[in-house]
Design a protein around this ligand. Structure first.
Ligand code: UGA
Length: 448
């Protein structure tokens, strides 16, 4: 099947590469010439494990190509997938790129005789596809929906795991405007033997937000309880949740074996959620709910708890160290989570800004995200690839992104390299006993 994909962010490019790998003929469209050249050169413009290997195969075999020409790509395809960004704008989701894509696709459909399905993969608030996108497509193509098909197919890819998530999805959700659109979309996913949820456009849109909001809510719930534990004293949030999840409704048993669902890892107290999805999606959902006259109490609380978490960590550090003015601090990890170089809405940046606001000097390190962080031009931060150099002479270190190489730093190194070995475990990834045994001072989220 010939498929055009508009947008080559991590969703568009992973989708394109994987669908090409599954046997489709894919054209990825991007306005940025440099990105088009990079893809055609079989390189991945983003860091995503496994993606470059697949790109090499599908570009060299001719199954995937990139272009800046939307019209040509749409004209030769049977399906066009919109996978452009939907950032947060003033007071809600910014649909600028989706609208632009819909206009160009609509214009390309004008002279096209064959039936064509337009599928929205970008995360958009409910009713976007059947009102905004449909309206623009009808206006610019001069056709009525039905003459072209319309679908909404949310993605559930995690950065750093996106290729595996695409190839082995938990479910495929297809919202379709009519039976013909659904049939075409089923052919797109013909090679996938996983539960398929066929529904309407609005439900598909709502499923995506509900899924992300649920996971973000678990994180904020854990962080809120962590705050209660810190205020109480002599209660460790880890012990609390370890016992809570032993409820068989959370950890079912098969014989003797305790099944520990992956979702429970979102009940881990830490420094709050970040990345390109949860922060913007929660805020977009909140704004959407308000616009509809609803009161998004839980969603708003999730956002508020998350916003405070980095601040609370900096305050605890200040409580332990006294004024941070002129103090050298080290931040281990800049990416919003391990396995990616993405620093968008990373808790590390919030913590760094909090430290800088208190007059601290910051030395930061990350295995993949240094260049992106440097580009932010934060005054008062030095960057180094070498964590030992980052630790040398510091009066406090904060483990923010639990990259394995940081989690495995021997406890003695902190004592040896730092001027004052105060270790703040923002992810509860470190061994308190070992650190204290080696002479370090330990502060962990969710315990005092
Ligand atoms: C998230 C969702 O997990 C995907 O299902 C969804 O498709 C994607 O957003 C999206 O909307 O595009 P992603 O942001 O890549 O994916 O990453 P996650 O691994 O879910 O991490 C999000 C936040 O949760 C991070 O701040 C991370 O540190 C935190 N997290 C993640 C946890 O606290 N615990 C975990 O076990 C995993």
């Amino acid at each position: 099947m010939k498929i055009a994909i508009i947008g080559t962010g991590y969703v568009g490019l992973v989708t394109g590469a994987c669908l090409a790998y599954k046997g489709h003929q894919v054209t990825c469209v991007d306005k940025r010439e440099g990105i088009v050249a990079t893809i055609n050169n079989m390189e991945s413009p983003i860091y995503e494990p496994g993606l470059e290997g697949i790109l090499q195969q599908v570009v060299s075999s001719g199954s995937l190509k990139a272009t800046g020409d939307t019209k040509a790509a749409v004209e030769e395809a049977a399906v066009t997938i919109i996978a452009v960004g939907t950032p947060l704008g003033e007071g809600g989701i910014d649909l600028g790129q989706v609208k632009q894509a819909a206009q160009e696709i609509g214009a390309a459909l004008k002279g096209k005789e064959e039936y064509h399905v337009v599928c929205v993969k970008s995360t958009v608030v409910p009713t976007t596809t059947d009102t905004v996108v449909k309206g623009i497509l009808e206006q610019f193509s001069g056709k009525q929906s039905g003459e072209f098909g319309l679908a909404m197919n949310p993605e559930f890819l995690r950065e750093g795991n996106a290729v595996a998530d695409f190839m082995l999805p938990d479910r495929i959700v297809i919202g379709a405007d009519d039976a013909s659109s659904l049939e075409v979309m089923k052919r797109v996913y013909a090679g996938f033997e996983v539960p398929m949820v066929a529904t309407n456009l609005r439900t598909a849109e709502m499923i995506k937000y509900t899924a992300n909001a649920l996971l973000a809510t678990l994180i904020s719930y854990a962080n809120e309880i962590a705050g209660f534990c810190e205020a109480t004293g002599d209660v460790d949030v880890q012990d609390v949740f370890a016992a809570v999840v032993l409820d068989r409704r959370l950890t079912p048993r098969i014989g003797e074996e305790i099944i520990c669902p992956e979702v429970l890892s979102y009940l881990q107290a830490g420094c709050g959620y970040g990345g390109s999805c949860f922060p913007k999606d929660l805020q977009a959902l909140e704004a959407y709910a308000r616009e509809k006259g609803c009161n998004p109490r839980l969603v708003s609380a999730t956002i508020a708890t998350n916003a405070e978490q980095a601040e609370r960590i900096v305050q605890r550090l200040e409580g332990a160290l006294g004024s941070l003015e002129g103090k050298k601090t080290t931040v281990l990890g800049l990416a919003f989570k391990p396995g990616t170089d993405d620093i968008r809405d990373s808790p590390a940046l919030k913590i760094i800004r909090g430290l800088l606001a208190k007059g601290a000097k910051v030395s930061a390190t990350d295995p993949f995200a240094l260049e992106r962080a440097k580009a932010l031009g934060l005054q008062g931060v030095t960057y180094t690839e070498d964590y030992e150099a980052a630790l040398r002479g510091a009066e406090a270190v904060l483990l923010v992104t639990p990259w394995r190489q940081y989690v495995e730093i021997p406890a003695e190194k902190y004592v040896l390299l730092m001027a004052h070995p105060l270790v703040v475990d923002c992810r509860r990834a470190l061994d308190r006993g070992r650190l204290e045994g080696a002479g370090a001072i330990y502060i962990g989220v969710g315990l005092t």
